[in-house]
Design a protein around this ligand. Sequence first.
Ligand code: ATP
Length: 359
Amino acid sequence: MAYLTLRNVNKIYPNGFHAVHDFNLEAEKGEFIVFVGPSGCGKSTTLRMIAGLEDISKGEFLINGNLANNLGPREREVAMVFQSYALYPHMTVYDNLAFGLSLQGVDEDVIEKRVQKTAEILGLTEYLDRMPRALSGGQRQRVAVGRSIIRKVGVFLMDEPLSNLDAKQRVTMRSEITQIHRETGATTIYVTHDQTEAMTMADRIVVMKDGYIQQVGTPKEVYFRPVNMFVAGFIGEPPMNFIRRTVQDGKILVGSREIDVKDKLGAHAAEYEGKEIVMGFRPEAISLSAQAEDYALSGMVELTEMLGDNANVYVDIEESKAILKVTPHEIPEMDEEIVFYIPRGSVYLFDAKTEEIID
Ligand code: ATP
């Protein structure tokens, strides 16, 4: 049985704004779930409903099979880490970690053991006597995470916990949080607008937009089998390239090249004849050398960006633009016409009207 269940959960704020629509999810015990989506899509609202900080307007929330809609935040046995980690400035790291347990009346020697263990997991042992002002942003964030994991609850809720850190600290904390999750085994729900965080940390990703779930799946599923253009464009960096064209005789014309999409459309070929479709391919899916079964396209190089391990090439493909990922040794000249190849299996076709995948 799922540990956390959300069944047709809706949030309508008192001002009438419908922020979350029919949210359905079953999280297994120990799973690491990431809610991802652009600002305002309802991620935090959903997390706050799970935490008990926000009423559920409609629908059911169950913990371990028991209806929990009306339980208060404390009764839910969840710990939450927020974006702004308010530590107690006048207390040492030790006391910041110990504070919640002291309030609960836990014995001093038990507290001592748990503080030491938590500090060890988070690499904070040598900072236990320091005040928060004498810590770096990353160390403070670790104390904030420590304050929640020390409680040994079954569920961690994290709302953009890394957003105040610089890029390097974020990468480090990302793997630390994954490690802590492995060690504690707690069911975790993590909110971010950063698709890289979602891809690297999640067991399963919930992609949201405008209060609606777009897709729920493993990182591989949302990357390789996106259900619509929104998910295809949101997951992956640089984003998937889209080329919008009308199908004629089972083909689309891209620049001077005819692309045969009949096979790809399969059973839908007749339905899309004379209609607009969107062809999608990822920047990293292309190659500059031909292989059997490839689609070939050509474009004019407008800009190149050397990134070190790879390079982005911006091309103009007559009425469309695309970004191609190449190795540093393959960077073409500016204003050069290049031919690139996309394996058939790496091409996605979408309905131009509904933006849903055609399959
Ligand atoms: P962000 O990444 O910016 O935090 P989010 O996906 O977490 O975004 P929410 O904070 O859940 O988004 O907000 C979802 C929508 O609900 C937004 O349009 C927001 O303006 C709206 N909203 C949030 N709180 C309230 C409120 N108290 N009353 C009315 N509308 C609200």
